[in-house]
Write a protein that binds this ligand. Sequence first.
Ligand code: PEP
Ligand code: MG
Length: 573
Amino acid sequence: MQQDVLIGVGVSPGLGVGPVAWMPPAVAEPDATSTLGAETADDAVARVRAAAAAVAADLEARAARLEAPRGTEAAPAGMAPAAAEAATVLRTTAMMATDPTLLAGAETLVRAGTGPARAVWQAAGTVIDQLSALGGYLGERTRDVADVRDRVVAHLTGHPAPGVPDLDHPFVLVAGDLAPADTATLDPTRVTAIVTLQGGPTSHTAILARSLGIPAVVAAPGAAALTASDVVLVDGGAGTVTRDPSPEQVERARALAGRARTFDGEGRTADGVRVPLLANVGGPEDAVAAASAGAEGIGLFRTEFCFLDRTEAPSVDEQTTAYRAVLAAFPGRKVVVRTLDAGADKPLPFLTAADEPNPALGVRGLRTSGRDPQVLDDQLAAIARAATAEQADVWVMAPMVATVEETEDFVARCAAHGLTHAGVMVEVPAAALRSGPILARAAFASIGTNDLTQYAMAADRLLGELAPLSTAWQPAVLDLVAATCRGGAQQARPVGVCGEAAADPALAVVLVGLGVTSLSMTPRALADVAAVLASVTRRECEELAALALAAETAQGARDAVRGRLPVLVELGL
Ligand code: PEP
Ligand code: MG
């Protein structure tokens, strides 16, 4: 029998199998003119109350499930901190569902003739406005009220509850697209793989999936035909989704999923040239995982991942606590803290304008400090405090730097906080081409190949349709990396790579051959990159880099390099 195989772009390697569960669509705002119709006000009020009670009961039940030991495994001595935190959030949200202010507001509107779903929507709107006006901790609760609102409205209108489905068995999550905030909360023990119809290979959703170790395929429009009755096998390396896999395929997937590779904690070439292999992290939990995976330090701490759901800027104290927890995982080791990279697909409501026509080309990354200097100053103060309190060797860098003036300004601001090791990310072609004068001011550069590729190729990193353009194998991108390294060599400054290119073992050795001095990646890629690096001398890295630069197409560069690395076949990479 011919198997039905859907093709997409593999963005997080590994095999995952399971029944399909669709991410429900966002709950739409009920029509502002909706009325009670034939329903009496008493009946409508009773329905609102019942819907709110059902939502509260559902959230309570989910909290209880999180607190209970899983399946038949031995009872855990204590709940994992993340599960305990999630259970507390669910209980708080459950209480909000039956909040008397919200219900009284909805009842008043219903008695004035408004349809029940609309009444809940509007009453929640009033509560949200009040909480936002109060600000602080209460201001942060507006998202919870919006969540409750969506759940009650979905219940009243007969739609599925919003958010990642809460099923009692592992499943493959299928979605049109996923926001980074949804992806960050996925539980890898429940979600065996992710498939999206849209999405690009270097989108933050893809990056998060990789860091969680969840196999993922994006840009698979054929997945639109999948239903909850399908069982699929997702190959996140090959970019395929196989419907109705055979028992042998399922068996192989489970066996490979259990195979572990390890990293001994020192990146080097076959002839002993040291290339520190560092980790990309988004917060304290990642940092602990990175340390146990043997990372030599942190090459990219994406601080914005700590605050993705915030409506208000986090305080200096709160930031200090979060940063200390990351630094504490790497005493005596290098930790590169990146200042907030808000904007484009990571909007932070307290920094990002909602109405920019081209957010990726807008006030993003370091550019936000022009409009909102206090946020950057507070963050630098928090990083400085955390650095003083912990033992890590703290480096600081700014995202989306394009010019010498921006570099000077950032380095000066860092110095004012006693942060003397200040660098820049090279993500904009202008910075790559002018890295010499930029690195005359900055202590180091770290190339963000995801954005550098997006801006060099003028290809939105979120668009699956443009995936063939969105790869750092593009010779033009490699030229920009080479230019950055030349600037670094001129000024005797280190140039690392912290974009996804560093996690592709074949590309990693090319980067080293181009002059890159350290590589930072998701901890899961460390062992593979280390193994391939250890199979080649520095001279061979340079030869491979020359081969890649001489190619005229991305595919040509990739094929030429891979053809010279037999170790890739041995390792199944
Ligand atoms: C990059 O652009 O390559 C990078 C590392 O930053 P981010 O992916 O967070 O934009
Ligand atoms: Mg970037």
